[in-house]
Design a protein around this ligand. Structure first.
Ligand code: ATP
Ligand code: MG
Length: 253
């Protein structure tokens, strides 16, 4: 398509354990398009987190290449920010504002503390967390902590957000509201998003394409399904039920 931000070419990753080799990723070929939301969906243990960690640069495949803007990914970088499922991603001894300003200082984003506070405020506003600048993480709900983690990542203006089941520990209503917030963030920033989930509905609501992975030990991608349902989407959107059925059948559960 000519608009690839990240390319995975023949990627293989295996783990050794109790005398056996588990091939987690086998011949993974995947292009991530600039500006898309790509959902990675699959059963527990199929290798979703492993795949995301290779893209982030936290870990490296045994064979194959992963490129971003044509350059090999060799280490974690600010242009690829990861967000986890765990609510405890923030420093507990810092306020929300300090949590967001600190990485901006480390990476010399603004030229003064004041400039960095202004950048932080802008992103706190984007994730609808203004008014909680001076709260400590323990004073926030799980959903609010995930919003703060999103603001912290976005403030660094990454090209891609890598999200590993970011809403997996939230109650259903909060999850829905955070999904809608993520879509707003996507529209307003244009950031590319790769979101791992094991929730078919979440994959359908968010994505432009759905990567369906096979069962644990099967080595990787079963199919990549385009998702062109009209937005905003809900279970009543035309084509939703058919897409759900198609994905469900592939998941083999
Ligand atoms: N460091 C490791 N050493 C050995 N085996 C590992 C390691 N990390 C992951 N595995 C194994 O690799 C497989 C894939 O793990 P991974 O965490 O990528 O799965 P996942 O799809 O993210 O699962 P979940 O949905 O439960 O988060 C699992 O079978 C796991 O046990
Ligand atoms: Mg995982």
């Amino acid at each position: 398509m000519g608009n690839e931000l990240i390319q995975l070419k023949s990627v293989e990753k295996y783990y050794q354990g109790s005398g056996k080799t588990l091939k987690v990723l086998e011949n993974i070929n995947l292009d991530i398009q600039q500006g898309e939301i790509l959902a990675i969906l699959g059963p527990s243990g199929c290798g979703k987190t492993t795949l995301l960690r290779q893209i982030a640069g936290f870990d490296h495949p045994h064979t194959g290449n992963i490129l971003m803007d044509g350059q090999e990914i060799v280490k974690p970088e600010v242009k690829r920010m990861m967000i986890f499922q765990d609510f405890n991603q923030l420093f507990p001894w810092q306020t929300v504002m300090q949590n967001i300003v600190y990485p901006l200082q480390v990476h010399h984003v603004g030229d003064s503390v004041r400039a960095n506070r202004e950048i932080a405020s802008k992103y706190l506003n984007l994730v609808e967390l203004d008014g909680f600048e001076d709260s400590y993480p323990h004073q926030l709900s799980g959903g609010m902590k995930q919003k703060a983690a999103m603001a912290r990542a976005l403030a660094l203006q990454p090209k891609v957000l890598l999200m590993d089941e970011p809403f997996g520990s939230l109650d259903a209503l909060t999850r829905l509201s955070l999904q809608n917030l993520l879509l707003k963030v996507w529209r307003e920033t244009g950031v590319t998003i790769v979101v791992v989930t094991h929730d078919i509905q979440e994959a359908i609501l968010l994505s432009e394409r759905i990567v369906v992975m096979g069962q644990r030990g099967s080595g990787g991608i079963k199919r990549i399904i385009p998702n062109s349902l009209a937005r905003p989407r809900d279970v009543g959107t035309k084509g939703y039920a058919e897409l759900y059925e198609q994905v469900y059948a592939l998941l083999d559960v």
